[in-house]
Every structure is written in C-alpha cells, then in structure tokens.
Design a binder for this molecule. Structure first.
Ligand SMILES: Nc1ncnc2c1ncn2[C@@H]1O[C@H](COP(=O)(O)OP(=O)(O)OP(=O)(O)O)[C@@H](O)[C@H]1O
Ligand SMILES: [Mg+2]
Length: 388
C-alpha cells in the first residue's frame, strides 16, 4: 500500500503545536499567586538591579511553564519601558557542567565554538554581550542535576558577575528550578545572593485544576467538539492522582493521535485508556490469571459497560454480569457474593469503586476501570481468551 493510505485522512487536531512541551499558553490556569510573587521579586530588575530566585515544586506542577511565561511577559514589559531584558533557558539535566551551560548561553547570543574555552574566557565573552546594555535572566531548569554533578561554582560566578564587572551596562539574574530543595547544594557564598524569601514554591495541582488545564488545551489544540467531556474527566482522574499537568497533556496528545490513527471523529474514553497503556504499560497478567471464573465474568461485565463511558454503576454491572455468566452456561452468583467480588477486584486495583460520582448518577456506587493501561475491548479479549 502507498504511504498515503496509512496517513490520517482527517484529524482532530486544529493546532498540534499547542500540545508541545515548550508551548506556554497566554494564560496559566490558577497560578495567579505564583505569577504575582515572581513578578514582584523581579521589579528591581526594571532599574537594572539583578535578582536571584528559586522555584521548587513536584513533577508537572508548572515550574518550567511559570518561568517561561514570566520571562516572556517580563521581557516584553521591560522592552516597553526601554530596557533590554533577555532570557535563556538551559536544561541542566542535559547540560550538567558549567561549561556546557555557558556554551548554551553564549550560543543563544551568537555562534560560539565548542573548542575548549575556559570558563573564565566564556564569562568574559558573556560580559561583552551584556555590556551592550542587556539584562540577562538565566533559567537553570532542573538545576539540581548540575549541582549534584558539578557543584555550585557556576552559580557562584554568575551571582558575583555584578561585583566583578562594576562598570558593565548589563546584568545577570538567575532563576533556579528544581523539584527538590537546592539550598543545601549551593555553597553559602553563592546562596547569600539569594535573598531569604526569594523563593516560589508550587504545590501539585488538585484534580479539578488538572481538568481545567486539559480543557484549556482542548480548546487550543483540537477542533471544537472532538474531545468528549468524559475523556477530559478521565484524563483529569488519572493525572489528578499525582496532580501532574504534564502527564495530563501527554495523555491528551496520545489520545488524539490514536483517534486519528483509527480515523474516528472524537477522542473517546477508549482512546484515553489506550493512551495510558502506551505511556505506562503495567498490565499484570498474573493478577488477572489468579481470578476465579466468576470474578472474570464480573470484570468482563464491567469492561463492557465501560466501553463508551468513563463510569458505570454496580446495578448495571450486575445485570451485565448475569448475561456474561449465562453466555458461559453458568449459574450467576447472588448479590451478596457479587458485592464481595467487587471489593476483591477493587482491592486488587483492577477496578475502582467509589460512592456517588456526579449529579446524574446520584449517590450510588459507581465503578471505573482501573486497569487504566488497557482499553476495555483489549481487556475483554484477554479475559475471554483465558476463559475458553
Ligand atoms: N497552570 C497551568 N496552566 C496551563 N498549562 C500548564 C499549567 N501548569 C502546567 N502546565 C502545562 O503542563 C505541562 C507541565 O508543566 P511543566 O513542564 O511546567 O511542569 P514542571 O513543574 O516543570 O515539571 P518537571 O518537574 O517534570 O520539570 C506543560 O505542558 C505546561 O505548559
Ligand atoms: Mg520542568
């Protein structure tokens, strides 16, 4: 077949780039306090006085996004006030030595050859660029990687830049980003330039904020109506457990790609489950293999009910279970026994039963498939295979 036949004939994506890791939306969801704080800390730079700030917070809490958003907006505001502020982001997981970091910085200004210049030669070169009246904000992202490998020498040198170059028309400010506290990794002489309180701490996102972040990306990146509300809910549930916005956006992106691959019109919960399977494959055959027949019937029933929706109820699953048992020519077990099975499946982590989700379902026990790594039709296939 020609490759044209394999390419998607239609797409749910209106603007795929809005899902890329370095895209930062105009508006950050629910980060006003942090935005305000960071901006306040940098006000003195509008008068040429450099600042050093630390941003910490768990995975996917928006540290990098916050720093990028701030630098983009601040640079523009400074420009309007007649100051040339410029920012460079260096990822220290990829560049762990002072000279690797400096090379990235210098190359952002102009081509700089990778030919074993000493650190002090590189700092001199930076000084020449800044002396044209440029205030640099250097974001050292995932700074702990550099600190662990090479210590805080570069941070020390950069925070001393002002003292060393008193007549310079420019300056260097630092934003250190790390998941963990870095204070204990920075030598006291360098740390003293980080004023106490020059720290922004982000907490992981509550589930509902994750849902809003996903909604925002859906609007930006997808054609209207191509992502179901159930899918957004499911993504928020899955990524909300850890409060990780990156995971949420990754799930959204993969779900969209899988939808295109299928040639479907809408991103449904099945695609979300499949996307999860691709990102974190943790299906445990042994656990499923240890279930008795009726527990498997029940799991098949739950999977069937969950084919097109994120949640189902115990009542619906019970009815479907009776049908499955009959298909296999067996007498369905009674209500009390089923309730016990449901609890077993829940404690094994195969399903998740919780009370009263959403207005439409009232206060009944609802069930979610928590073999989240597996689309329900794949799960049904596998289970059916073990029963014949
Ligand atoms: N408040 C927000 N509003 C909109 N999008 C957000 C928000 N917070 C984070 N995001 C998006 O979520 C994703 C993850 O955020 P980010 O990369 O900033 O997390 P992080 O804290 O730097 O994580 P890590 O510690 O793994 O580097 C990015 O795509 C980012 O644009
Ligand atoms: Mg980051």
């Amino acid at each position: 077949m020609p490759i044209e036949d394999f390419l998607p004939s239609r797409s749910v994506f209106q603007d795929y780039d809005k899902l890329s890791f370095d895209y930062v939306p105009e508006e950050l969801v629910e980060r006003k306090d942090a935005q305000q704080r960071l901006t306040t800390l940098f006000v003195p730079l509008l008068n040429g006085r450099p600042q050093n700030v630390i941003i910490t917070g768990p995975i996917g809490s928006g540290k990098t996004a916050l720093a990028r958003w701030f630098c983009r907006e601040f640079t523009e505001s400074a420009q309007n006030r007649g100051r040339a502020v410029r920012h460079v982001l260096v990822n220290c997981r990829r560049r762990r030595s002072p000279s690797a970091v400096m090379l990235a910085v210098l190359n952002d200004f102009a081509f700089f050859p990778d030919r074993g210049f000493s650190l002090s030669e590189m700092l001199d070169s930076l000084e020449k660029h800044l002396d044209k009246g440029v205030d640099l904000i250097l974001i050292l992202d995932e700074a702990d990687y550099m600190l662990r490998k090479s210590g805080s020498e570069l941070i020390y040198l950069l925070t001393r830049f002002h003292d060393e170059n008193k007549d310079s028309k420019g300056s260097v400010s630092l934003i250190l980003i790390s998941q963990q506290q870095v204070q204990n990794m920075v030598e006291p002489a360098a740390l003293s330039t980080f004023k106490r309180g020059n720290q922004v701490r982000l907490e992981s996102y509550p589930r509902d904020i994750i849902a809003t972040i996903v909604d925002q990306r859906v609007d930006l990146a997808f054609f209207p109506g191509t992502v179901t509300a159930d899918s957004v809910d499911l993504i928020a549930d899955i990524a909300g457990e850890k409060g990780d916005a990156r995971y949420a956006i990754e799930l959204l992106e993969k779900s969209g790609l899988l939808t295109d691959e299928k040639g479907a019109e809408q991103v449904s919960v099945e695609q979300v489950r499949a996307a999860k399977a691709m990102i974190y494959p943790v299906f445990d055959e042994q656990t499923v293999g240890a279930l008795d027949r009726h527990q498997r019937f029940l799991l098949i029933a739950a999977a069937r009910m969950l084919k097109d929706s994120a949640y189902t109820t115990t009542g619906d699953v019970e009815k479907e279970y009776q049908a499955v048992a009959e298909e296999y020519g067996e007498e369905p077990r009674g209500h009390t026994q089923l309730w016990k099975y449901l609890k077993d499946l829940d404690s094994l982590g195969l399903i998740e039963a919780k009370v009263g989700q959403g207005e439409t379902k009232g206060r009944t026990t609802v069930i979610r498939l928590s073999i989240q790594d597996m689309p329900s039709d794949v799960l049904i296939d596998r289970l059916t295979g073990t029963l014949s």
